[in-house]
Design a protein around this ligand. Structure first.
Ligand code: CA
Length: 221
């Protein structure tokens, strides 16, 4: 899951970036509102953590423009303590959740997982696709009750396919959501991970849609 972090405070931004990556997210960090808009227009993200007080363009302006373009990306805003008005404005402008600074990094990660789950239309923290069970908190997978051992990238890829079960994801979409800027993406890395996943969970569970991409059928059995 690739998260866009928009935070101009260097220490907090750096801490957010490090802690989300440690929590198994892929994360990109920009430090002003204009850079955030550029990133949103050019890249695919699973969610955004957005500070409201930003140079060049405010978080509120970034959020309003995103929603006006019809962008449905889940957004968690960061606001200063005692700024209830900002929080209300942010939620009314289309934010899905908020945290008041200072906050706990573990809570931020948990709230992001909840947002991603809700945006996939699921209330249950575990994702079920047929007899596949994916637990994004423990980062483990089981198949018909048997644990499946996956590498971090394999897990991320399967999680992404499961969040979009029944929908075809193209290779560029998968790459963009799995990798942050600066991370090397080999030309056939996604194919390699798909190959490994198929070997571990059964080839028929991940469908190749020729010329389009990959899909985890909803009723994979
Ligand atoms: Ca700020």
């Amino acid at each position: 899951m690739r998260i866009l972090i928009v935070e101009d405070h260097p220490v907090l931004g750096d801490a957010l970036h490090a802690s989300l990556r440690q929590g198994g997210f892929s994360a990109d960090w920009v430090q002003d509102g204009v850079a955030a808009e550029l990133a949103l227009q050019n890249e695919e993200f699973s969610a955004m953590v957005l500070d409201l007080g930003l140079p060049r363009r405010s978080g509120l302006e970034v959020l309003t423009a995103l929603r006006q373009r019809g962008g449905r990306l889940p957004v968690l805003i960061l606001t200063a303590r005692d700024n209830v008005e900002d929080r209300i404005k942010g939620l009314d402008a289309g934010a899905d959740d908020y945290l008041v600074k200072p906050f706990d990094m573990g809570e931020l990660a948990a709230r992001l997982r909840a947002l991603l789950r809700r945006s996939a239309g699921a209330a249950d923290p575990c994702l079920r696709v047929g007899d596949l069970l994916i637990d994004p908190v423990a980062r483990c997978v089981s198949l018909a009750g048997e644990d499946v051992s996956l590498s971090a990238h394999e897990f991320n890829l399967l999680h992404l396919l499961a969040l979009n079960a029944g929908r075809v994801l193209s290779r560029p979409q998968l790459e963009q959501q799995m990798y942050a800027w600066g991370e090397e993406v080999g030309s056939n890395t996604i194919e390699v991970f798909i190959h490994h996943l198929r070997r571990k969970i059964g080839a028929e569970r991940i469908r190749t849609v020729r010329g389009v991409g990959y899909m985890l059928p909803r009723e994979s059995a």
